[in-house]
Design a binder for this molecule. Sequence first.
Ligand code: ATP
Length: 873
Amino acid sequence: MVLSKKQWYAMDAKEVANALNVDREIGLSNKEAATRLQANGKNKLIAKKKDNIIFVFLRQFCDFMVMVLLGAAIISAAFGEIIDAAMIMAIIILNGILGFVQEYKAEKSLESLKELYTDEATVFRDGKKQIIPAENLVSGDVVVLNQGCKIPADLRLLQCFNMEVEESLLTGESRHVTKEIYAVDKAASLSEQKSMAFSGTTIVRGRGLGVVVATGMATEMGKIADLLTKATVEITPLQLKLKKLGKYLIAICVAVCALVSAVGIIMGGDIYTMILTGVSLGVASIPEGLPAIVTICLALGVWRLAKCNAIVKKLPAVETLGSTTVICSDKTGTLTENSMEAIALYLDGSWEKVKGFSSKSAAAKNALKVMVNCNSILENDENISGDPTEVALFNGALNIDDTIKKEKIDEEIPFDSKRRLMSVLIGSKSLVKGAPNTVLQCCNKIQQGNRSLDLDIKTKDIIRREFANYSQNGYRVLALAYKEKVNKVTEMESALTFLALVAIADPIRKDVYNALFKANTAGIKTVMITGDDKGTALSVAKELGIAKDENQVMLGSELQEVNEKSPKKALDNKRVFARVNPEDKMKIVRYYKSQGEVVAMTGDGVNDAPALKEADIGIAMGLGGTDVTKEAADFILTDDNFANIVEAVFQGRGIYDNIRKFIRYLLSSNLGEVLTMFIAVIFGFPLPLLPLQILWINLVTDGLPALALGLDKPSPSLMKAQPRKKDEGIFADGLGLKIALRGILIGVTTIFVFLYAIITYNDINISRTMAFTALVFCQLFYVFDCRSEYESTFALGIFSNVYLLLAVGISVIMQYVVLYIPWLQQVFHTVPLTLEQWGIILFVTALPTIISGIGYEIKKIVNNSIIKKEKYI
Ligand code: ATP
């Protein structure tokens, strides 16, 4: 019987597997999967078509400035200046090409960022568990499903342990749906198809297995794919601010340029030249490349972040990253290695090392049985995979007795960080493990040797003391218990018999020490948040220097009692939060945010997602994190390592710094150009630059050097400064003043060179050529000053940004070409310069860069001597 795709839910699980020609224990063979992939295509929702590149190229010419330039070309032609008109057209095309390259590159780099992170799925193929890209799933693949996982295709469920799924995206129903493996009625609606799990929905509880019945556009999600694949272009707050700034700048520039033209004409200037001057100046003074360069700079930053294992999911967070003031970090796996090892067992009244453990008592046998069976790990020929705590217990038990075999689990109540407990049912016996205090609360008996005794308060206290002793040394301690006869599933975790404690070691990551030091120097506070016990947490925090004593530790239960009105008193000095529930994380984020801090928060479990969303920067764990957390996060940390969060903050600071660099450069340079012409017109000097020369300067200086500034590597000194304020404007820290002063200097220098040449050589073409070249070189030297607000370009190393050297080199050659190629000399009204003239230009234009370099060095010497003196005192 072949049912239509819609009715898999109405078929028996076995029937489905048969119909899809797959064995549920072994899965498909890799060969068969490849054939099916070839036949049916990738498991992908097909995105909307993107803009064609010819369209992107043509779009460059729909710009406001191109329209103005076209107008200028028409005016030139109308006045009979055909060479000018042709040259303006050439400049329009060159500008268009440059704009196209920038925009195309920006779009391409943003696009390839999407490939940095792809969804994965765990499947059985050829009898082995494999992790494959979700887009390679085919009908018949048997998929492993865990809590927090995003369902990668439409599945008919084959096995369910307490599985609840969030399907609101598909059905609009916000209540979680409990899944079952039984066939349902053919007439069942989507939300009633409990035997199915649909692509794009998420498992909020439990685990299971399912077989793929539909992929890609054939899934239920595929039917509404159009709603989901609509391209949403993310725009960062800074880009938004710059867009607004751009509008103001255009208005100001148009006004100033109109003024220059009008005053020029009133003062008796030639109408044609003055109109063209106004237009060229308008075009040159608007930093049209800014948006594309910001995008390229952000995209490049995202690549650099990927290199330090931080995959950006939400672009705006890249800007916020640099202003992080508090990092709230998980302990397990982030500050520690998560390579857990069971070290010792407390059993029959004493601690015994796992190595050399030899007890054969009933308690020991049962304890080992819990360690091997009470988990959701998966074994195959080559490896064991799953939760590191569970793998540690499993391996520990096998080290003691390698003949124990994992048995078939009939029922399971999964672990979750709130209950801190997990239990399984094998036959009528329940096996339980969890946080010692939680397990002890469920026990009324203890097994010692071969006897089962009542568990009195005194014995419980002894066990708690033993647990505290081990946890104070940084060990994670779990308790094991069991129940011989369970009648109902609801009884699996009550009236238990206590068996043992197990101490698990988890070494601290080596590179975390240095990262914490760096964070501290950069004015960033590190706070540890853990589901682990107070003793374990404090021991690790002390070792790392995060906390000094118990006063700095707060328990999740204490946090819940903190008075909402005066949280500062209770929380201000806390550095460690232990035994916290995911909801407590939300309270912690909100507290720090209310204190004006910018909070980065890590998370892995399903329930961490709301706190990650609430944090300024939500960081999901790549290795230990669930799909739900990854979806909610701004970043995914692929190796879960704390050191990389600090590295990402450094990169974040670098990206913002680079954006400030080229804004500084572009705006000062453009101001310099406008001022040169403005001063000349106001004082009634002859025009120092001709319209074509202005357009040339725009081409030579605005594009490549500004772009190269955006490629600068972040300077280590960025991590010696305090964090930038989150809502700080782009011109903060005196940047606006720096831009204005340097713009004035560029304008004055150019006018100075022009007037000097007029007085000395009394030749307008020599004077204009000198002013033209001086203006270009003012900007080409200045670009080096823009590399840092704290150091000279010499201290940074002239060769440390080769792209900049290359860009400046190309600009110098372009300038040389217009001065020395005869036909271009005619078009641009230039003359070749003598050595003496070059000497003067290079001297005055390089002077500010040299002086500021010397200034930085003197400041450094003075600061060092003050520090030395202070040390002496
Ligand atoms: P951190 O927040 O530092 O990353 P964590 O997230 O690993 O720590 P949880 O996983 O919430 O912390 O664990 C909290 C407690 O639950 C542990 O201290 C341990 O006692 C217990 N526990 C951890 N894993 C399991 C498990 N698989 N089964 C039963 N109990 C567990």
